[in-house]
Design a protein around this ligand. Sequence first.
Ligand code: B12
Ligand code: SF4
Ligand code: SF4
Length: 330
Amino acid sequence: MPTKQRKSFDPSPEQQALLPDVSGNSLNGVGEKSVRRPTPVYWHKPDTIPHGPAQAWMTEKFNAVPDFRTIYATPDARGPRKLDAVADEQAEDLAENWSQWVKSVVLENEGDLVGITALRTEWVFEGFDLSKELPWLVVIGIAMDFDEFSAAPSSDTDTRSALEVADKYNQGARCAAHLSNWIRGQGFNAKPHAGPWAGSITLSPAAIEAGLGELGDHGNLINDQYGSCFRLAAVSTDLPLVSDKPKQFGVDDYCMRCEACNNACPAGAISTEKQWVRGVEKYYVDFDKCLPYFNETHGCGICLGVCPWSRPGVADKLVTKLAKQRQQND
Ligand code: B12
Ligand code: SF4
Ligand code: SF4
């Protein structure tokens, strides 16, 4: 069988000059069989990461487009800048009831998906003080508009996909701030986590544990309702809660037969093979190939847009079809 020609992308000389010698794949721990905390690789303070100059270049290009310039800076677009003080007196209730309350607050305040998990050390980026992390994570999913998001990639003149991403980051920030203040009002500590910055926690494994979806070949979550057309935010807290369970509905089997993201990636960054990364064998996206294209298209996102699960109305039909197939095979 002829070997499939992987696509590749040559970064502009301007960006090439800013990319570091160190590979992002090495920083991410590709090939490592032991579990360890992730190294900050991108969307951290530029002077703390090797890819900082390329990140600063990307951000400058983004902010130069009039449509983008104000989206993160508009007052209140991301909710209150200062959190409320933690109430002096702690309200009392059972963890089961708090969990229900927390979920209602998310769903009534712009959240589309919600799940709970206990925070794990191996999700906290190296260099962040673990003693400051709170034991529970409420993971929030924000659905994106499929037509806007799947217009990816963006350019200086077609800004639809990148604007949709930024708008939904803001929505996630508002929802996380609202929940944090609600929890603080009950007398417990709570801290919001919202993009585009990475913050202290890798949100994807937490979201998988909290039941928001499975990891697809494109390296991101697939949810049984929104496919991959959603973003994540979270709130960490010491309010006593109950963990949800991971959900499996057939993504792994489906990805083995579908190569849509792999074929569509202009940078050839997606492989159909799983790899060992920091002690877990999983789908992995080649950082060194993805990043230059991402940086030149205001955040790319083609792979998630072409994923069949992301198209409105498809995910729940696929879940039913895959469940039937599994029953027939049993
Ligand atoms: C840095 C970052 C990037 C980097 C590269 C990340 C990388 N893989 O090296 C760049 C800038 C290239 C990038 C690109 C994109 N990103 Co991004 N990214 C992040 C960010 C800020 C941190 C993740 C990180 O540091 N990864 C580096 C290491 C940890 O990567 P890794 O070992 O390969 O692990 C990845 C997954 O395997 C999973 N993971 C980590 N540990 C474990 C453990 C287990 C057991 C499993 C199963 C999975 C898993 O999480 C990691 C996600 O990158 C997160 C937000 C956050 N705080 O988590 C968003 C995030 C992952 N990105 C997101 C998205 C949507 C994108 C884009 C589509 C851009 C866009 N237009 O929206 C592309 C897709 C590229 C791709 N196919 O992966 C979403 C995913 C939402 C979803 N539905 O799952 C997140 C969660 C942002 C958000 N708040 O919504 N991203
Ligand atoms: S965002 Fe997805 S499609 Fe775009 S370069 Fe990265 S892996 Fe490829
Ligand atoms: S496009 Fe296909 S192979 Fe890629 S993540 Fe989606 S279902 Fe899996």
